[in-house]
Design a binder for this molecule. Structure first.
Ligand SMILES: [Zn+2]
Ligand SMILES: [Zn+2]
Length: 420
């Protein structure tokens, strides 16, 4: 069904202002104190019972409206250490202090500000028609999604004791596809991700006398190249997996050999056996390259973050997308999972309820030419002029993205709240 924007509810000016405020004041993962306080006060204004500080900066709000299902609605709230280059009038000039103590620029480059504002807008829709549904709305504003830590932290800090066992957990993410489209998969929807920090311990020395040193840069370079064969030579063509060396650091002076090199590696996989095979291959290659260079001290391979597979309950997803598709949004159920990852599934797993997660389009449809739209649909290819999430230029088109997100979330929530 083609999208019908006239059926989407427009956000109140205060929800649009909330979005702009969150966008202007992004905070790093686990440091979302201002964001959490702002969202908690929005929930209190709307008569929710609010619990602060769940898993660090997480916020949980409960709204009871008679007997009926409990529907958990989750939005993540963290920004990224990226300098915003969107040129928006409400662009961020914020900085934050990262875990290494370095001051970094911060930006809502993944759209989590929009997730939070759209969830508040969806609550307004639900409250405006409170006589048409019964049950409990459990709102979860989750910190630290980007580092894969926030959902686990909220669960470990007693989320179940606040929300009980919901009937369903719903979550959504904005993407650069045209507004009006919503996309999900039944079953595996997001990759498991595993991030490793690798430290290679060489022997430093003078650049003029490499024979007296053990050069960690050569070993790092060999590791980077050899790791490319884990996917290209060790992984079957029909087995989806991704391995990216995402950072490499070594040395300072132009006339010295450093004593250490550090790499980070990001893995994405879609089942447990591939995941274990990739992790073992990384360890094997790192250790073997260090041994080949005659390093006495073994390198360290430390898992620093990640997220489990994102599993959409097939039945609950089918139901939810049926309702979304009938509501004036163009609902696509795809068969290929995305290679992106999400820790949303941790919540449903821990609470023992089905999870449904989807992406919604946040880009004005007229920014796509008909040809670009068709290559998006057939090959999943984004046009070069449309930045994607995590780009310094990524910015949802507010007039489209916010109403579409509110409409998708409120439609999905109402479907479950009216199903008692
Ligand atoms: Zn992200
Ligand atoms: Zn995100």
């Amino acid at each position: 069904m083609a999208p019908d924007m006239k059926r989407w509810s427009s956000p109140s000016p205060s929800v649009t202002d909330l979005y702009r405020d969150l966008h202007r004041h992004p905070e790093l993962s686990g440091r979302e104190t201002r964001t959490a306080a702002r969202l908690a006060s929005e929930l209190s204004l709307r008569q929710f019972d609010v619990t602060h500080g769940v898993g660090g900066t997480g916020v949980v709000g409960m709204l009871r409206n008679g007997d009926g299902p409990t529907v958990l609605l989750r939005a993540d709230i963290d920004g990224l250490p990226i300098r915003e280059a969107t040129g928006a009038p409400y662009a961020s000039a914020a900085t934050g202090v990262d875990r290494d103590g370095t001051t970094v620029p911060v930006m809502h480059a993944c759209g989590h500000d929009l997730h939070a504002a759209a969830l508040i807008g969806a609550i307004d829709v639900l409250q405006a028609c409170g006589d048409r549904w019964a049950g409990t709305v459990a709102v979860v504003f989750q910190p630290a999604e980007e580092t894969g830590e926030g959902a686990l932290a909220m669960v470990a800090d007693g989320l179940a004791g606040i929300v009980g066992t919901p009937t369903v957990a719903l979550g959504q993410h904005v993407s650069p596809v045209p507004a009006g489209a919503v996309v999900t998969a039944e079953g595996v929807y997001g990759a498991a991700s595993d991030n490793f920090r690798i430290r290679i311990h060489g022997v430093g020395g003078h650049a003029s006398s490499p024979e007296a040193a053990v050069d960690p840069i050569i070993v790092a370079a060999a590791i980077v190249m050899r790791l490319q064969t884990v996917i290209s030579r060790e992984t079957a063509a029909h087995e989806p997996a991704v391995l990216t060396v995402s950072s490499i650091h070594a040395g300072h002076a132009e006339n010295a050999i450093p004593d250490e090199a550090e790499l980070t590696v990001n893995l994405r996989s879609f089942n447990a056996s591939t995941r274990h095979r990739l992790i073992n291959a990384v360890r094997r290659i790192v250790e073997a390259e260090a041994a080949a260079a005659g390093m006495e001290q073994s390198p360290s391979v430390e898992r620093i973050s990640g997220a489990p597979l994102l599993l959409n309950d097939p039945h609950a997803t089918h139901r939810t997308f049926g309702a979304i598709g009938e509501s004036g949004l163009d609902a696509h159920i795809v068969t290929q999972p995305m290679t992106g990852s999400e820790d949303f599934g941790v919540i449903g797993d821990a609470l023992g309820c089905p999870s449904v997660f989807w992406h919604w389009g946040g880009t004005a449809p007229d920014r796509y030419s008909p040809q670009e739209l068709s290559s998006l649909l057939t090959e999943g290819r984004l046009p070069a002029h449309i930045p994607m999430n995590h780009s310094p230029e990524y910015l949802p088109d507010l007039d489209w993205a916010l109403p579409a997100g509110i409409h998708a979330m409120s439609t999905a929530a109402l479907h479950w709240l009216q199903a008692s």
